[in-house]
Write a protein that binds this ligand. Structure first.
Ligand SMILES: NC(=O)c1ccc[n+]([C@@H]2O[C@H](COP(=O)([O-])OP(=O)(O)OC[C@H]3O[C@@H](n4cnc5c(N)ncnc54)[C@H](OP(=O)(O)O)[C@@H]3O)[C@@H](O)[C@H]2O)c1
Length: 281
């Protein structure tokens, strides 16, 4: 059996490849990457795959039984077409099963919704493909917050517009483990899983970071409008709008979802403190 992972050069793709190698061995894993050089270190069969190129995937998916499609990073509307390149190439190559990394979130109501809609469209395309399928809706990664700790410490606070909203975070490491199971085991076929850990508020996130990093962060709640202005000034219109939309979604409960992680992974999701400790070490 051959299992291929797209965007294997990225952080999520890498985690999935790593866990998959542990689960089934190097001979059965194929790493597909736009930049193949960045995937050579795995020591597995590496093939070229740019989401913009159907031809790349017609070649990359030869002899593959199961493919994991990591959602792309492009503008929302472009992503749908890019994902279809992989789905169509999978169909024409006789791939049997496709696993997709989608996202938790609200399809309407905030500035992140266009991205969620794109992911939902790809979910539909996958369900209509005729292939066996599994969909994981990933929670927000905790790592970007932890990579940002120095800035939080400088500013003395975690500042955003999430208010008292709870967010069920996850980590790329936890996701990599869950996806390796979803790829390998047929019992997950036709399931859509929320891949998240425990839901916490931003104040609880600050407390957990303080516990592990011995910092003194507090959460500063600001209005959606003000936060959007601040983020756009710092990150530009496109990313600033998306980031503000994510926190607006948290405020309104879009990320306070129940977890299917244990069903997917066969063990509970690790705690917030454990994710932060794992990152620190
Ligand atoms: N849940 C969350 O909190 C969250 C946060 C951010 C993003 N996401 C989503 O999760 C996905 C994976 O996240 P990540 O952490 O692995 O991101 P990452 O580390 O930034 O990696 C992005 C990957 O996408 C690849 N890529 C970009 N454009 C491509 C194209 N046209 N064709 C093929 N590959 C392409 C990159 O390839 P190169 O190495 O060639 O650049 C890289 O491997 C993202 O793409 C995004 O859809 C989720």
């Amino acid at each position: 059996m051959k299992i291929a992972v797209t965007s294997a050069s990225g952080q999520l793709g890498s985690s999935i490849v790593k866990h998959l190698i542990q689960a089934i061995g190097k001979e059965q894993v194929v790493a597909i990457a736009r930049s193949t050089d960045k995937a050579k270190h795995f020591g597995v069969d590496v093939r070229k795959g740019d989401y913009n190129s159907r031809e790349d995937f017609d070649l990359a998916l030869k002899g593959i039984d199961t493919v994991l499609l990591v959602s792309g990073m492009d503008d929302p509307q472009k992503r749908i077409i890019q994902h279809r390149n992989v789905i169509e190439a999978a169909k024409s190559n006789g791939v049997k099963k496709i696993v997709y990394t989608s996202i938790v979130g609200d399809e309407k109501n905030n500035a992140f919704s266009p991205i969620v809609q794109t992911n939902r469209q790809t979910e539909k395309d996958i369900k209509n493909s005729g292939l066996q399928w599994v969909i994981g809706r990933n929670g927000i990664y905790i790592e970007p917050d932890l990579e940002y700790i120095e800035t939080y410490v400088k500013e003395g606070e975690i500042r955003n517009c999430a208010g008292d909203g709870k967010c069920a975070y996850t980590s790329r490491e936890e996701l990599g483990y869950a996806y390796s199971k979803m790829l390998k085991e047929d019992k997950h076929n036709s399931q859509t899983y929320n891949l998240v850990g425990h839901a916490i508020t931003q104040s609880e996130l600050a407390d957990s970071i303080n516990e592990v990093f011995k910092t003194n962060l507090v959460f500063q709640s600001v209005s959606v409008e003000r936060y959007a202005e601040e983020r756009k000034a710092a990150l530009g219109d496109f990313m600033g709008t998306i980031i503000a939309g994510i926190y607006e979604g948290i405020k309104t409960g879009a990320n306070h979802v129940s977890s299917d992680f244990e069903k997917a992974a066969g063990r509970p999701h690790i705690s917030t403190i454990a994710m932060i400790k794992a990152f620190k070490s």
